[in-house]
Write a protein that binds this ligand. Structure first.
Ligand code: SDX
Length: 392
């Protein structure tokens, strides 16, 4: 492609697709979105700006960003009938179960943006998904705590709106804490896209059959829920709570190394990174900022820091090239901000929606794209004749 470099990391034969959105060098711990390093985007950009970048390929001018943010704000409300849909769930339903159900049902309410052959409908569906995920996630939280849903307030930022819908109540005004808003926005940036991870590949495969975008994103949410993937942030904090104090760390390190023990260090290791996940670096820095601003002192952060220190100096982890990943510290911040662990993966899904949508658009707008059809290595019996039951 003119101007774009095509880097072949030596596994072209197993590459599932070509994409220009995100580049990862797992050995060097590099993550670029349309060429921009994640550390610079997390430091200087906003989630709306990164969303525009992922969707359009370039950072927006201030006018383009204002127009994009305004367009997204036009879609933040949910069809009122969907509020009834929530009431069909048990109050203790996991927010990811609700998100799978509600997002999958969106195509039943927004028929005018399900025709994937129509670029305008694809664009509206993309904006609807990005705009409505905060509302959907906030409503899942409100439903779980028995509080009334709050409508979006478009005078707030994308992230401020989400925080208010989640933690605000009709009985009193809600003041968005700028430190929390900045930290949350940065967490959304860190989770926005990550090349062909399991849930993104799920969205692409579902999309390759021509399924409507809402169904494809619901498939991605279902895949992300697994503890080996997006469910790891919830599992990592639960693991830190189980470990408790630093003196218990050696016992858990031994368990993680024991092949007969299913215990894994959650938030550690990665299919691609064989170096420090650059997102974990930013996440750890953000914990310090949020804790200082909120005057929080969570002993689990100290446990996490010592666990990282011990693991990174342990021959097993060094030999296996296991480092903290994006999920290792995120739960500590989200917990300090006030989210229950059950909401952590829902927040990951909220942020990853822009990556899923951008990857889906890239795939569906490729005139040469065909339905995905992974093949297999057959290991079953060779051909044989049927045997009637009396002879078995
Ligand atoms: C995400 O793909 C993406 O991009 C995903 C993601 C994204 O943004 O979309 O980055 C988000 O999913 C991050 C990963 C979150 N998951 C976890 O933190 C769960 C804990 N991690 C492990 O389950 C594991 O590291 C995986 C699932 C992430 C990767 O597993 P692999 O493919 O087995 O990793 P590997 O091949 O590098 O493992 C090398 C060895 C293996 O042992 P051997 O078979 O060589 O004897 O290290 C072992 C693994 O068993 N190992 C671990 C370990 N992770 C790998 N041992 C202990 N603790 C761990 N966490």
């Amino acid at each position: 492609q003119t101007g774009a470099f095509t880097y072949d990391p030596g596994f072209t034969s197993t590459a599932s697709c070509e994409s220009s959105l995100t580049y990862i060098d797992g050995d060097e711990g590099v993550l670029l979105h349309r060429g921009y390093p994640i550390g610079q985007l997390a430091e200087h950009s906003s989630f709306m700006e990164v969303s525009y970048l992922l969707l359009n390929g370039e950072l927006p001018s201030s006018e383009e960003l204002d127009e994009f943010s305004y367009t997204i704000s036009r879609h933040t409300m949910l069809h009122e009938q969907l509020a009834t849909f929530y009431r069909g769930f048990r109050r203790d339903a996991h927010p990811m179960a609700i998100m799978c159900g509600v997002v999958g049902a969106l195509s039943a309410f927004y028929h005018d943006s399900t025709d994937i052959a129509d670029p305008q409908q694809r664009k509206i569906a993309s904006h609807r998904l990005i705009a409505k995920m905060p509302t959907i996630a906030a409503m899942a939280y409100k439903y779980s705590v028995g509080q009334p849903f709050l409508y979006p307030d478009n005078s707030l930022s994308y992230t401020g709106n989400f925080l208010r819908m989640t933690f605000g109540v009709p009985a009193e005004p809600y003041e968005v804490n700028p430190v929390v808003e900045r930290a949350m926005d940065r967490i959304f940036i860190l989770h926005a896209d990550h090349e062909q991870n399991a849930s993104t590949s799920t969205v692409r495969l579902a999309g390759s059959s021509g399924a409507n975008p809402f169904a494809c994103i619901a498939a991605g949410i279902a895949c992300l829920w697994g503890p080996a993937h997006g469910g790891a942030n919830e599992a990592a904090l639960n693991m830190l709570k189980e470990i408790g104090t630093p003196d218990k760390i050696p016992h858990y390190i031994d368990r993680a190394k024991d092949k007969n023990d299913p215990f894994r260090l959650m938030g550690f290791g990665h299919r691609v990174y064989k170096n420090y996940d650059p997102r974990a670096t930013v996440m750890q820095k953000t914990v310090r900022e949020v804790f200082e601003a909120l005057k929080v002192n969570d002993p689990l952060f100290e446990t996490a820091l010592q666990l990282e220190e011990i693991a990174l100096n342990d021959p097993y982890f060094i030999e296996k090239k296991l480092f903290p990943n994006v999920d290792f510290y995120s739960g500590i911040i989200l917990s300090a901000i006030g989210f229950p662990t059950t909401m952590f993966t829902a927040l990951f899904a909220l942020a990853r929606t822009v990556g899923w949508v951008a990857q889906w658009n890239e795939m569906i707008s490729d005139p040469g794209q065909k339905i995905g059809r992974p093949r297999q290595l057959y290991t079953g019996p060779t051909e044989r004749d049927y045997v009637t039951v009396d002879k078995r």
